[in-house]
Design a protein around this ligand. Structure first.
Ligand code: NI
Ligand code: MN
Length: 227
């Protein structure tokens, strides 16, 4: 009964829980940080936070190869079904119990157009209840006071963007960790390209000094066992 979280660079994570493989925001092709090829990564379910290319990524080919079900907002789920990919549509505030655990879509202040500019619905984050653990994947978002509310769930691991420019930057990510009060805060969405270059160690040091969260810098390919 363990939850294993593996980082693949940028905002892509694999979660192994109760025998199921979840994959979040599988941007692998064209991601210089990625440790795994889309042809090799395991997936039973693919969670897509929004339609931007660096999150939608290789979701369609991975889902076709593995038969994985995509869990995302209504618009992205519709798009997946048009691509002959199995999908489950949800929306912000809605939760559902899947065979592997519970998923709730959370607010993300961001955009969500597809790479061709078409409408991709609202961006989201995910609250996940897996094997008695609570994980929060913020997605691409600004700091939002709603995070204080999500913190009431008793979060074990929060995955927070720190890149700035398109999402929260270092100072707001530290505030987010203060609102969420997770046991562990995994830093993401930085150093993939120039506009989001950050000193992750400096962010981790500030988080450690100013919040109760233990910051975690994961190297691509590294796995964290959530206990
Ligand atoms: Ni984005
Ligand atoms: Mn992004």
């Amino acid at each position: 009964m363990t939850v294993k979280l593996t980082y693949h660079g940028h905002a892509c994570f694999s979660i192994e829980t109760g025998g199921a493989h979840l994959l979040i925001d599988p941007f692998l092709s064209g991601n210089a940080m990625a440790d795994v090829k889309p042809e090799r990564v395991k997936a039973d379910y693919i969670l897509v936070s929004h339609a931007h290319g660096d999150h939608l990524g290789d979701a369609v080919p991975i889902a076709r190869r593995t038969g994985a079900e995509v869990i995302s907002n209504f618009e992205i789920a519709n798009y997946m079904e048009q691509q002959q990919v199995k999908a489950h549509a949800m929306h912000i505030g809605g939760a559902r119990v899947f065979p592997f655990g519970k998923v709730k879509l959370t607010i993300a202040h961001h955009g969500s157009s597809f790479p061709d500019g078409s409408y991709g619905g609202n961006p989201c984050g995910f609250l996940l209840w897996l094997e008695g653990k609570v994980l929060y994947f913020a997605g691409d978002t600004a700091l939002t006071y709603d995070m204080k509310l999500y913190g009431e769930e008793g979060i074990d691991v929060a995955m927070l963007p720190i890149g700035d420019n398109f999402t929260m930057g270092p100072e707001d990510a530290v505030k987010a960790a203060g609102f969420l009060q997770p046991k562990l805060a995994v830093l993401m969405h930085y150093n993939t390209f120039g506009a989001i270059a950050q000193d992750a160690q400096a962010v981790a040091d500030a988080m450690k000094a100013q919040t109760t969260a233990t910051p975690v810098i994961m190297r691509p390919g590294e796995t964290l066992t959530v206990t």
